[in-house]
Design a protein around this ligand. Structure first.
Ligand SMILES: [Zn+2]
Length: 94
């Protein structure tokens, strides 16, 4: 079934916004950048935000405007940096 309904999905805009800033801020914090630590940082930071869901077509790029409306860059930066410093001090691997 390849109609539009089968391609619709629920997306958390706050997560899309976080993805834009995750890598540079993890590096800036000097945090380990392995998959485990990145996911830990992402989970901690995302829990700081109110989820902001929208319906999109699968694969559709979210516009910057849509992303920016969900959280301010300052809030995103602060949450990711805080989470990265936490994970840096307590990595869940050797
Ligand atoms: Zn790591």
């Amino acid at each position: 079934m390849d109609n539009i309904e089968s391609r619709l999905e629920l997306v958390n805009v706050a997560e899309g916004m976080l993805d834009l800033y995750l890598d540079p801020l993890i590096l800036a914090a000097g945090c380990c950048n392995c998959v485990r630590c990145r996911l830990d940082v992402k989970a901690i930071a995302l829990n700081d935000f109110k989820a902001h869901y929208v319906v999109t077509e699968r694969g559709e790029a979210m516009s910057r405007a849509m992303l920016a409306a969900s959280q301010s860059v300052a809030d995103i930066t602060m949450a990711i940096t805080k989470a990265a410093l936490y994970v840096k001090g307590r990595p869940r691997h050797k």
